[in-house]
Ligand binder design. Structure first.
Ligand code: VGL
Ligand code: ZN
Length: 200
């Protein structure tokens, strides 16, 4: 494998997913130094940024009588309701201050008010593309390594979509941290492995 066909995809290493943030993932900040260290090993580095408008439909606060972590039915399927997080232009939506952001591409997702987007490739309707597949394909990139937050949501959805799209996918769990809500961590690892992802 030549370096030019490889990419590191860094998922949502943003303040709101780190300790002190609105949707803090335990130990979310512990992975930053290790991610920075491996960036130079890849032909491309792509960062994703969860990027919601205020009042986004994935926020519990947008639904009368609902609390964070409740599940609702959306036109595109079940949706976990979250605390308000990663609102466009806020400190919480910024990358962790120590994360290297000198990568090739920053892809923002979750900006459609009516649809959440866990995956770096498709919105949660599993149909609307973010454009990342086209970017990678036109650059001849075939091998992806995923790291970041959260293992059981955005990393999981991105890894499974990437495998379905035909990429060779590795997830470095030592450089990921999860939310682990209602068994979501075990389900995510099983689901990624079933999709052909090399979960390391
Ligand atoms: C994420 C929940 C809501 C993630 C994003 O990055 O895993 N999780 N928005
Ligand atoms: Zn989000």
């Amino acid at each position: 494998m030549t370096k030019s066909t490889t990419a590191l995809i860094v998922i949502d290493v943003q303040n709101d997913f780190c300790p002190g943030g609105a949707l803090a993932v335990a130990g979310g900040d512990e992975i930053v130094a290790g991610i920075n260290e491996i960036m130079d090993d890849f032909g491309a580095v792509i960062l994703t940024q969860d990027w919601h408008p205020a009042g986004h439909s994935s926020f519990a606060s947008s639904h009368a009588g609902k609390s964070p972590m409740e599940l609702i039915e959306m036109p595109y399927g079940p949706q976990v309701l979250w605390p308000d997080h990663c609102v466009q232009g806020t400190k919480g939506a910024e990358f962790h201050p120590d994360l290297r952001i000198d990568g090739d591409l920053i892809i923002r997702k979750g900006f459609n008010p009516a649809i959440d987007s866990y995956s770096a490739f498709f919105e949660n309707d599993h149909t609307t593309p973010t454009g990342l597949d086209g970017y990678l394909r036109t650059r001849g990139i075939t091998d992806l390594t995923l790291v970041g937050l959260a293992t059981d949501f955005c990393v999981n959805y991105s890894a499974v979509d990437a495998a379905k799209l035909g990429y060779t996918v590795t997830v470095r769990t030592d450089l990921c941290r999860g939310i682990d809500f209602d068994g979501s961590m075990v389900a995510a690892i099983d689901g990624m492995r079933a999709a052909g992802v090399d979960v390391q």
